[in-house]
Design a protein. Structure first.
Length: 163
């Protein structure tokens, strides 16, 4: 079984899309661990604030099968193939880690944005503080402690999943 970590984000009908995304992730991976939900300003463009969090799961699926499931869940939630990188998102699901795999074949793992985006690093450090980044060889907690927290604005929000 591989341990996977998935970044989840939305800034279009946020509550609806992250609930739908988590429901679909439960159907695909059964048991999930979910970080706190964070609200953050968009990075790279002007727009509505995002809800972001990280989900951990276990799977016997191969990496590219996991990525295919994530892309299908995005499409099922109104995400269009070829959407611009810095633009509003109904649902954004990115595979961050697949065990300690390092690859660029089909998908970049570990995902390059992990140490650079607070909306990925903080929830990842919350879920897996002692896990070691396979390339940087530091724990996610230490990476978060060293992160320049003035570079991106985000904050934890209370989120009720079953409303």
């Amino acid at each position: 079984m591989a341990r996977i970590f998935i970044s989840v984000g939305s800034n279009v009908d946020r509550e609806q899309h992250i609930r739908a995304g988590v429901k679909a992730l439960y159907q695909a991976f059964d048991e999930l661990e979910i970080s706190s939900v964070f609200e953050s300003e968009p990075v790279g463009f002007n727009g509505h604030a995002f809800y972001n969090f990280v989900v951990a799961a276990s799977t016997e699926l191969e990496v590219l099968a996991v990525v295919a499931i994530l892309k299908q869940i995005e499409r099922d939630n109104g995400r269009l193939a070829g959407d611009k990188k810095f633009a509003p998102r109904t649902l954004d699901l990115d595979l961050l880690l697949y065990d300690d795999l390092i690859t660029e074949v089909g998908v970049q793992l570990p995902r390059g944005e992990i140490p650079h985006n607070a909306f990925v690093l903080w929830p990842l450090a919350e879920l897996a503080p002692d896990r070691i980044h396979p390339e940087l060889e530091q724990s996610y907690e230490k990476l978060w402690q060293a992160y320049d927290k003035s570079s991106q604005k985000l904050w934890k929000i209370p989120f009720i999943w079953n409303s």
